[in-house]
Design a protein around this ligand. Structure first.
Ligand code: NIG
Ligand code: FE
Length: 420
């Protein structure tokens, strides 16, 4: 057994109550200064006031002791929504959007997600892996220790399975924990233009069962949006996913309020994503069903849209998580510190609420809170040492990197923006 003691830190962590933290609990964050953490074989044995942890440490032979120099120590970020597996960026499309062409119009004209599909289909596995790994390593260097990634740029059985396998390779070959989502319902592929229901049939009858059989993905997601998949089509897809053992998640009400939030509640989704245009009734249904509101403020920033109503959601009792949505179209961002800053400065979350959103509730949004998301006994020692006294530094030092060191399972994996 390898035992490590991290002491002289200002330990700040959300408290896990066994379910996503909603309402006032979203602010339930404890601080121990001086604090310490005792880690055995990558798992937390004790975390809290330094005096108490040092007493506990006497029961062990400590192999390594790290003095944090008083720096703030928070859980590693959990990024519960990315499309970081892609083959090429879409810079020319970004310029089109800047000149005023709407995001969904680009998709309608055969670009957007469909141009990423062409790129993935013509890339080799190694090319796809190289881009995805680079995205993951940049995320890790900025403090993300657990990351969700989706398929959805393949849109045929073979290409979707290939994407899931590449994501799994990133999971195996980087220090990150990676949660994998099947999203064959990201758009209607060109070969089914004009017959979207036939593509939904293919998803339900062949693609979803094949993805479940492959055994890599744990979730099934759908882009429920005007001109993409209707609520009725999304319901069929998510129910088929559930039948195959894939937990439902929904890209809901991103651009228009089509009823995606209510659908997420109805099917018992683990999370609903975006929610920029979600109405009160859909959000209340989500609160009653315990669905995590997974907000993606960097997408609102990149699409120049009003931010999701995070304060309203917290007041209505919804647990709020935040994620990057890292993708080559609507939001090319792998930085959770940037998302944290937007959460506080643009969505009006308190620092404590944002910390819970970016760690514990984010872990619940991908059903991994048993292992990650807070610094408590039994969980993985995935944590960050910040160049600052409190987590407020992440929003305060705008655009600067306050993530000094990144630890995964008690091992240092990045220092000042560079992976070890
Ligand atoms: O979450 N909205 C759908 N999917 C992504 C964008 C994907 C893309 O444009 O490539 C999103 O914003
Ligand atoms: Fe997305």
């Amino acid at each position: 057994m390898t035992v490590r003691l991290f002491r002289n830190v200002s330990l700040v962590t959300p408290v896990d109550h066994g379910k996503p933290s909603a309402g006032e609990r979203q602010r339930d964050v404890v601080r121990h200064s001086p604090g310490a953490m005792l880690v055995a074989d990558g798992l937390i044995v004790a975390a809290g006031a330094e005096r108490d942890v040092l007493t506990r440490a006497r029961e062990f032979r400590v192999d390594m002791e790290v003095d944090g120099g008083g720096r703030c120590c928070v859980p590693g970020f959990v990024d519960p929504h990315t499309h970081a597996c892609f083959a090429k960026t879409r810079e020319s499309e970004f310029s089109l959007r800047l000149s005023g062409v709407p995001y969904l119009e680009i998709l309608k004209q055969g670009g957007g997600i469909l141009s990423s599909v062409r790129a993935v289909r013509s890339a080799t596995d190694d090319e796809l892996f190289a881009v995805t790994r680079a995205n993951a390593m940049r995320a890790l260097a900025s403090g993300t220790t657990t990351m969700e990634m989706k398929s959805g740029y393949g849109l045929d059985t073979a290409s979707e399975l290939r994407m899931l396998a590449v994501i799994d390779r990133v999971r195996r070959e980087t220090p990150l924990d990676v949660a994998i989502t099947f999203m064959g319902a990201h758009a209607v592929p060109e070969e089914f233009r004009g017959s979207p229901d036939a593509y939904v049939d293919l998803l339900v009858q062949a693609m979803i069962p094949a993805a479940a059989d492959q055994g890599l993905a744990g979730y099934c997601d759908v882009f429920c949006e005007e001109g993409v998949f209707s609520v009725a089509q999304s319901r069929r897809i998510l129910e088929a996913g559930k039948k195959a053992g894939l937990r439902p998640r929904v890209h809901a009400d991103e651009v228009h309020d089509t009823g995606g939030a209510a659908l997420a509640a109805e099917v018992g989704a683990v999370s609903a994503e975006h929610l920029l245009a979600a109405g009160d009734a859909g959000l209340d249904a989500m609160a009653r069903a315990g669905v995590v509101a997974n907000l993606l403020p960097a997408t609102a920033y990149s699409l120049r849209k009003p931010y999701a109503r995070a304060r309203f959601m917290i007041e209505r009792g919804l647990p709020v998580a935040v994620a990057t949505d890292c993708n080559p179209g609507s939001c090319y961002c792998e930085s959770m510190p940037f998302v944290f800053g937007l959460s506080v400065m643009q969505m009006g979350l308190t620092v404590e609420e944002a910390l819970t959103a970016a760690t514990l509730n984010a872990a619940y949004a991908i059903a991994l809170a048993g292992r990650v998301g807070s610094l408590e006994p039994g969980k993985q020692a995935d944590f960050l040492l910040l160049d600052g006294e409190t987590p407020a530094a992440i929003a305060y030092h705008a655009g600067g990197s306050v993530v000094d060191e990144v630890y995964k399972l008690g091992e240092r994996v990045a220092t000042r923006g560079a992976c070890c």
